[in-house]
Design a protein around this ligand. Structure first.
Ligand code: ZN
Length: 431
């Protein structure tokens, strides 16, 4: 007997190029996908998905979720003044309670818009991990080492203390995982990279970094180190274990080869790159070189939402615009970045990202009973080019429904909103 059966669905399994299954049932037992086919086997709970599209839940491969408390706080600044004049001063004021409030708000938004797992770089991650665990979303969490100034002391760094705690409590498996992180080439040094890499090696975890986000950053790294940031990280062993690099907007061909030869992933963040005027990452060149390209939202301060459907559509459109070629990055490939490739980037390729037997039931449903989603000759094109995150009517993680038809089943949304408005916003405003 199945626990849950989703029947009469149009299913985009993401197991085979452009495959769509119609009048299909998906059965779930013990949190795993246990049946896919045209029959309707018995189940404790039956969900009629007529007029709905069932697909794998999305994976946000680069986020700073708690920054949701700063949504709309600092728009239209240059990256440097945005970061140093606006964001860092607020971050210095945020306490753990405010950060958890922001993270919970972001998790609520992600569940609402079809994200089932996220890779997150921020502070107070042991507390965020508890919140994510309680709500039921999957996450790879890290606190990035930033080693600026001559008096930097690795042992006293809050990021180091938190990373050790995360590694100890969560490790490299399970729904909530620890990653380790180097914020970026320009905010740390090779001595620190080596320490972080040791963790990655010892604990079998992913190293999350920011890489060549802006042209200035890319050129300054070359001037400073006589080589690109990617080459400098490679020379110090960082790529010898799995790396998830955010942005990669200004990577040279040689950098792409470095990433590809080490099996690294790039989290493409098109909205953030456009909003901060950073440029357009060359997804086609990265993919051709063999880099695993996935999608991220970055923080909402540079986005201003966590709706991955925007990134999916924009990644396809930008690739076409850049190549002057409408066949560049077809809909299936854009969707694959947000599912299959994201799962690989998180070390979860055998666990999620597809609707296949034995994988976790990390499933979302789009309500296609809407004017902007009809007619639907090709459900993949509909999902990529016409759908918004707000069309998601159900988000299930490991067989458990976390969001359905306007309701969050594992979090108190009113309380979450109140906590942000009444506790976190005054801190952001410095009141
Ligand atoms: Zn970032």
């Amino acid at each position: 007997m199945l626990d849950t059966l989703i029947k009469n669905a149009v299913v985009i399994p993401m197991t085979q190029r452009n495959l769509v299954l119609r009048d299909c049932s998906v059965g779930i037992r013990d949190g795993k996908i246990a049946y896919i086919g045209s029959e309707t086997p018995e189940a404790n709970e039956v969900i009629d998905a007529a007029g709905r599209t069932v697909m794998p839940g999305l994976i946000n491969a680069h986020a700073h979720t708690a920054m949701c408390v700063m949504r709309g706080y600092a728009d239209d600044y240059s990256l440097r003044s945005w970061l140093f004049d606006k964001v860092f001063p607020v971050e210095a004021r945020l306490d753990e309670r405010a950060i958890v409030a922001g993270a919970v708000l972001g998790i609520a938004e992600m569940l609402r818009t079809g994200t089932i797992s996220f890779s997150d770089m921020y502070f107070c991650q042991p507390a965020v991990a508890k919140a994510a665990e309680r709500i039921g979303i999957k996450a790879n969490l890290c606190n990035a080492v930033i080693a600026l100034g001559d008096d930097y002391d690795f042992e006293k760094d809050r990021a180091v203390i938190e990373t050790r705690k995360l590694l100890e409590e969560y490790g490299s498996t399970g729904p909530i995982r620890a990653d380790v992180a180097i914020h970026a080439e320009y905010t740390s040094s090779p001595a620190v990279w080596k320490r972080v890499h040791e963790w990655a090696k010892d604990h079998g975890v992913i190293t999350h970094i920011h890489l060549s986000e802006t042209r200035a950053e890319h050129e300054e790294a070359k001037a400073r180190r006589g080589m690109s940031a990617a080459a400098a990280f490679e020379a110090n062993g960082v790529f010898d274990t799995p790396v998830l690099a955010a942005h990669g907007v200004w990577l040279d061909r040689e950098d792409m080869d470095i990433l590809a030869s080490h099996g690294a992933s790039v989290a493409h963040c098109p909205v953030s790159n456009m909003k901060l005027g950073s440029g357009m990452a060359n997804v086609r060149a990265m993919t051709d070189a063999g880099v695993n390209v996935c999608l991220g939202t970055d923080g909402v301060c540079s986005n201003n939402s966590l709706d991955l459907f925007e990134e999916i559509k924009l990644s396809a459109l930008l690739a076409k615009a850049e190549a002057l070629d409408p066949t560049a990055l077809p809909a299936y490939d854009a969707l694959k970045m947000a599912t299959v490739n994201g799962a690989a980037a998180q070390g979860r390729a055998d666990e999620t990202g597809r609707i296949a037997l034995g994988l976790d039931a990390d499933i979302i449903m789009l309500d296609t009973n809407a004017p902007h989603l009809r007619p639907s000759y090709d459900p993949i094109a509909t999902a990529v080019y016409s759908a918004h995150g707000s069309d998601v009517c159900m988000t299930m993680v490991r067989g458990r429904i976390l969001y359905r038809d306007g309701e969050w089943l594992t979090l108190d949304i009113e309380k979450a909103l109140r906590e942000v408005e009444e506790y976190a916003v005054p801190i952001v405003l410095g009141k």
